[in-house]
Design a protein around this ligand. Structure first.
Ligand SMILES: NC(=O)c1ccc[n+]([C@@H]2O[C@H](COP(=O)([O-])OP(=O)(O)OC[C@H]3O[C@@H](n4cnc5c(N)ncnc54)[C@H](O)[C@@H]3O)[C@@H](O)[C@H]2O)c1
Length: 295
């Protein structure tokens, strides 16, 4: 099937990136969120990111203008009525995602493929909210989307081969590498990454080293581009906490027990860079150790 029009559900961190790379690849994109202001703010962030690329000589003004012209904004799910592909990137909450998919199922034509960017939720459960399980798939992008080359392509229990072939072709057209992954909690990359993060959090709790020293050690000793606490702040503590919760609930294995400090930070609204504070404090415009919390 040929994909021409893509409806991106959620103009947050991931939805913004998915809309950007899709428009850059020549697709007609509609970017939706619950309020128009959220989509406008998303396009402003994109505009700024693209301007930075122009300043570095990595993009032309013409390409930027064309990319932004390729994206229209929406706060009405009915605008998905002629989309070929839906990519959902809203809050990591199964009930809320299912509710939106159910609404879209009633709006979209039969041929429309539904994809979720969930970090860990079972794709088959989300597909069950619709009557198009064969045309439902997981497309798990990584952040920042314009930079990260990998996308996990997750086949649910009833996803058809035609749907996965179309999804593979779409991912390849973005210049990204797709890996086919079974519908297992956390898929592949998050399962590996969270196993690593669990040990990092145990080391912090045991007082083996400080947050700053763990980040430095992982960057310089293991060659990771970001330390685990920096990465958690970058991607959002709410996303990390929801992902570990999904792993814990599905596997019922104590090795996935959610970290209590992370839960407390999420409950306090300290979600990382997006709220100004997480494991670090960013409110002064740069990353600083937190001096206002008791760990
Ligand atoms: N942040 C990451 O690094 C990352 C990586 C891969 C996948 N994901 C997944 O992508 C999805 C989005 O994550 P994000 O980091 O972009 O989050 P975000 O917080 O930046 O954006 C979430 C979006 O959901 C919308 N939203 C909130 N409540 C809603 C509701 N009730 N109905 C409809 N929309 C609602 C918000 O307006 C917001 O635009 C999640 O499923 C997350 O697990 C995130």
């Amino acid at each position: 099937m040929e994909i021409k029009k893509i409806f991106v559900v959620g103009a947050g961190f991931m939805g913004t990136g998915i809309a950007q790379v899709s428009s850059a690849a020549g697709y007609q994109v509609v970017l939706w969120d619950t309020k128009k202001e959220l989509v406008t703010a998303s396009l402003e962030r994109m505009d700024q990111a693209l301007a930075n690329r122009i300043a570095k000589g990595k993009l032309t003004q013409e390409a930027k203008d064309e990319l932004l012209l390729g994206i229209s904004i929406s706060e009405d799910l009915n605008d998905a009525k002629d989309a070929d592909l839906i990519i959902e990137a809203i809050i990591e909450d199964e009930a809320i995602k299912c509710d939106v998919f159910k609404k879209l199922d009633a709006i979209c034509p039969k041929h429309t493929i539904f994809a979720s960017n969930t970090s860990a939720l079972p794709i088959s459960n989300l597909a069950n909210a619709t009557r198009r399980e064969a045309q439902f798939i997981g497309l798990h992008f990584f952040s920042p989307v314009p930079v990260m080359k990998l996308v996990e392509i997750v086949k649910g229990l009833k996803t058809s081969s035609e749907t996965s072939e179309t999804a593979k072709a779409y991912i390849a057209s973005l210049g990204k590498a797709g890996v086919l992954v079974k519908d297992a909690p956390g898929f592949l990359v998050n399962r590996i990454m969270h196993a690593f993060r669990q040990e990092v959090l145990t080391c912090l709790e045991e007082g083996v080293a400080s947050i700053e020293d763990i980040d430095t050690a992982v960057k310089l000793g293991l060659g990771h581009p970001m330390g685990p606490f920096e990465l958690n702040d970058f991607a959002g503590l709410d996303i990390g906490a929801a992902t570990i919760q999904t792993l814990y609930e599905n596997f019922k294995d104590p090795k996935w027990r959610p970290n209590l400090t992370m839960k407390k930070l999420v409950a306090a609204g300290d979600l990382g860079r997006k709220t100004g504070k997480g494991w670090y404090d960013y409110t002064a415009g740069e990353k600083r150790p937190r001096t206002d919390i008791n760990l």
